[in-house]
Design a binder for this molecule. Sequence first.
Ligand code: AMP
Length: 211
Amino acid sequence: MKLILLGAPGAGKGTQAELLQKALQAPVISTGNLLRAAIAEGSKLGLAAKEYMDGGRLVPDELIISLVQEKLAAPECAHGAIFDGFPRTVAQAEALDGIGGADAALSIEVSDAEIEERMCGRRTCPNCQTTYHITHNPPRREGVCDKCGAALGIRKDDEPGVVKERLRIYHEQTEPLIEYYRAQGKLREVPGQGTVTETTALIFKALSICS
Ligand code: AMP
């Protein structure tokens, strides 16, 4: 199954993608994580993406589309993938349709006020990219990644001014995808205001997966 996770930055796409990965037996393609890894490596893609990301703006479509095409061609994606943070524009959605499209698009809906509150408390592992929240989804040991033991940090684009810009861009460029996938009959919508566990249960129900 190819599943798209839609939702504002901080809606919980990354956390839910991790949980769905096991249930659907499909790898997660997170364009944000791939770009952060490219920046850490100092690759050409990373150099091109950094300025956009630090300012909370979208990386140009052509860079993202070729990155996703490359990932989708890998053998582990032969039976599907879970897209976290892709597509983010209609041009990206059309490009994905051109290479087979997706089976479903799941929109996790959270208000802007809640997003801003969540982003303030978000902590990210700079090593494996796992995200936590200081109160809603804390690591077992404060400040330490459960998965790899690295010290957690705050992403530059999670700073309050940048979060406002990311939300503005989300409404302008990514939200239209909700109608795009509704028109294709592929949209499922779930409220994402509750706890991680509550949202996971709603997602599993929307996708008819037994937990
Ligand atoms: P994320 O981790 O998904 O919140 O993404 C972090 C940043 O990476 C975004 O604010 C964008 O600058 C960039 N990015 C990630 N995915 C995309 C995408 N599909 N299209 C354009 N830019 C992206």
